[in-house]
Design a binder for this molecule. Structure first.
Ligand code: 13P
Length: 254
């Protein structure tokens, strides 16, 4: 399986010109990738231009940061999976903790997940605990969040499911503040176990697990190598093309 390194630009950058410069910088490295897929998730307003820049680059893909659970209708401000696909997107991030903090519920994430998978998008469902407590309550939280966010998926669409584990307490900090790879490894195994409980071992074992939360050039290689994950979901450091390119190279060299 190729490593998957996703750039979640969140609500950045401020101008189309900056977005273009960042993506052009990343593309210089992405054209050389063989064992790694880079996915850029810009704000929708930069989608069309990003699609043009990406062009036919083999291992560089376009993704959305959100999607609605229907394809058309009176849903002001929403964007549908069909629109994402028609605009060159092949990935979508759903249930990011920042969207959940704005009021998105497990039920909404579940509806979006099931519909985006049905529409054939590679669907990245984010889960992660707010705090990692000594008693292990976070494990129960993670299990419940996974079950509730995935409860509407039909088994036949599972092949496009990707899970991003993003502990909320580790987001938006420095490389040294990321979760230690050994802890990531333990959690990745736990997530696989929950997926097997829901869908059966053979169906769930193929879902890639990504880590997100202060991933940067200092820790990218180590997290992928020793964290038992298939890639990374990168926030603020993906806006720096030099840093993000180094992360792609680290993944490629594993
Ligand atoms: P940072 O890489 O900025 O910690 O963000 C992680 C994240 O939320 C990616 O979706």
């Amino acid at each position: 399986m190729k490593k998957i390194i996703i750039a979640n630009w969140k609500m950045n950058p401020a101008s189309a010109k900056e977005a273009e410069n960042i993506l052009n910088g990343i593309k210089k490295t992405a054209v050389k990738l063989k064992k790694t897929q880079a996915v850029i998730c810009p704000p929708f307003i930069y989608f069309e231009n990003s699609r043009k820049i990406i062009g036919e680059t083999a291992n560089l893909f376009l993704g959305a940061q959100n999607s609605f659970w229907q394809n058309e209708g009176a849903f002001t401000g929403e964007t549908s999976p069909e629109m994402i696909k028609n605009s060159g997107g092949s990935y979508v991030i759903l249930g990011h903790s920042e969207r959940r903090a704005l009021g998105e519920t497990d039920e909404m994430v579940a509806r979006k997940t099931s519909f985006c998978l049905k529409m054939g998008l590679k669907t990245v469902v984010c889960v992660g605990e707010k705090v990692r407590d000594e008693q292990g309550d976070y494990l129960v939280f993670l299990r419940d969040e996974l079950r509730a966010s995935l409860n509407k998926i039909q088994k036949k669409f599972l092949k496009n499911l990707i899970i991003a584990y993003e502990p909320i307490w580790a987001i938006g900090k420095k490389d040294a503040d990321a979760m230690p790879p050994s802890d990531i490894h333990g959690t990745a195994i736990y997530i696989k176990k929950i997926l097997s409980e829901i869908y059966g071992r053979e169906n769930a074992s193929s879902a890639p697990i990504l880590y997100g939360g202060s991933a940067g050039k200092e820790n990218a290689g180590e997290i992928i190598k020793n964290g038992g994950v298939d890639g990374l979901l990168v926030g603020h450091q993906s806006l720096n093309p030099e840093i993000f390119s180094e992360m792609l190279i680290s993944a490629e060299n594993i």
